[in-house]
Design a protein around this ligand. Sequence first.
Ligand code: 6PG
Length: 245
Amino acid sequence: MSEIRVYSEVEKLYDALAQSILSLALAAVQAKGRFSFALAGGGTPRPLYARLGEPQLAEQFPWAKTHFFWGDERAVPPQDRASNYRMVQETLLQNVPVPPENCHRVPAELDPRLAAFNYEETLRLHFQGPWPQLDLVLLGMGEDGHTASLFPHSAGLFESQRWFIANQIPHQGDWRLTLTFPAINAASVVYILVSGEEKADRVREVLNGPYQPEENPVQSVRPQEGRLVWHLDHAAAQDYLERKR
Ligand code: 6PG
């Protein structure tokens, strides 16, 4: 089951999404005593993470019982400017009292394959069962239709056993580290956050166009039993909305 929420302005999107994440966290802690949240990288979620750390939300958030994971990471050390860990550290973690042991960083300074095996072990220690039951996976979408580090025509699109892998960006050769689609689709809730008119055409193609997951990997985000909610600002949704009229 998927839902599409469109917000007139990006600021309203971040406010509403931050509130939704707080609600999910409180519900998970109430039900299970902890909230397991896989974070998105890139630039779009930066203001969202900052919102979560602002006083009126931060004072309600169950930081001590929240476990942060990274949905994907670049193959760089944590202090590298490209590091998603560094981005979350700067926008959120340095401002809120999350226990260090609850911040499950990808050891992306290691050889990519070793880092992936290491992180899969981290996930398996935290979650029992055949797949990781993350309470929330937050994803972005690239202009090319990728999500996490699952790129068009990359080998990682077809992974059906592993939870977390090293995946090469086709034609570039750069290594990335990422949850696999079966792991993403085992989540209770998946939020896909997209903003900006530069993504509008791809959003239309993904939501209105044919199912072509090798071209548009984000189309493979189909939670088995969980909920999928797209959170779009109007700029990113404009072509999709146009086609719907
Ligand atoms: C990353 C992300 C990636 C991101 C998209 C969108 O490590 O870059 O996890 O999947 O969500 O590329 O990136 P922007 O938000 O910067 O447009």
